[in-house]
Design a binder for this molecule. Structure first.
Ligand SMILES: [Zn+2]
Length: 288
């Protein structure tokens, strides 16, 4: 039996262009987790718009002020971690189960406050991994597969070296050493469909804009969307909760809707963005 295959996506920083990503995800029937700080150096969406986004997608915490946790004092880090969960929950009226440290910067000492704040999972920036979230105590640490960004080869090499991630390097070499993220995504997705694993695409909407990658993102969403019905297409939190419930990345059990985010899309599910959201994303198309 082929091991279970999962597709998930995540989007960091809460930039207003996230609505363009959201509209595209919805069009291709794909799940998404948006990690949104209360404020950051770049523009962030208003609380009202965050609430709109949370009607269709999962919202994860990304600290309050988008700080590098490694540069914060321990009490500051703790305040940023716990405060961001409370802020997301107050704003969206939904439980927030996922945390993502800005720029992937965190240390082992931060896992304890993340756990104590009540998060289920932490999303990292480990690249070219197909692994299910790994347990660290009762917290799940979730790697990523491909970033929606045209990285040079050096960036991949640094990412693997930082984590001594030999398996990820092997996978990268196996998939043609491509510095083209779309080719890499396509090649790895077929591997996941065949052998199982978690395909996790992530990115920043502002970076997609700066690097002119919208048409390439559309291309990737189109082929992900084609296979989303054959695999478990879940939010980041949906995958972590499924793994927590089963103890492995097997087929997740049916979950009730009481705890947000919805872990699995019900049959016939079609994400719909409210009229406000659609109007706003449409205006982004006009701007570009
Ligand atoms: Zn960030």
């Amino acid at each position: 039996m082929t091991p279970a295959a999962f597709i998930t996506t995540s989007w960091d920083d809460g930039h207003p262009l996230d609505f363009r990503v959201a509209e595209m995800l919805a069009r291709h029937d794909l799940p998404g987790t948006f990690y949104v700080p209360r404020s950051a150096d770049r523009e962030t969406m208003s609380p009202a718009r965050l609430r709109d986004l949370s009607a269709t997608f999962e919202i994860g915490a990304h600290t309050l002020t988008h700080v590098n946790l490694n540069r914060a004092t321990d009490p500051e880090a703790q305040g940023e971690i716990a405060g961001s969960k409370a802020w997301v929950e107050d704003t969206t009226s939904r439980t927030c189960v996922m945390f993502c440290p800005p720029a992937g910067k965190y240390s082992r000492r931060h896992l304890q406050p993340i756990r104590e704040a009540g998060f289920v999972g932490v999303r990292t920036v480990e690249l070219v991994s197909l692994d299910a979230p790994r347990p660290e105590g009762d917290l799940l640490v979730m790697p990523t597969t491909v970033q929606a960004h045209p990285h040079g080869r050096l960036c991949f090499a640094r990412n693997f070296a930082r984590r001594a991630a030999r398996r990820n390097l092997r996978l990268y070499l196996l998939h043609g050493r491509s510095s083209d993220w779309v080719d890499l995504a396509r090649s790895i997705l077929f591997d996941v469909l065949e052998r199982g694993g978690v395909f996790h695409l992530w990115g920043h909407s502002w970076e997609i804009e700066e690097a002119g990658q919208w048409h390439r993102l559309e291309e990737v969403f189109r082929f992900l969307g084609r296979f989303a019905g054959e695999v478990n297409a879940l939010t980041n939190g949906g995958i972590c909760q499924a793994i927590r419930a089963t103890g492995r990345a097997g087929n997740p059990p049916a979950m009730d809707d009481a705890g947000h985010p919805p872990a699995r899309r019900p049959p016939g599910y079609r994400p719909s963005l409210g009229p406000t959201v659609m109007d706003e994303s449409a205006s982004f198309f006009r701007q570009s």
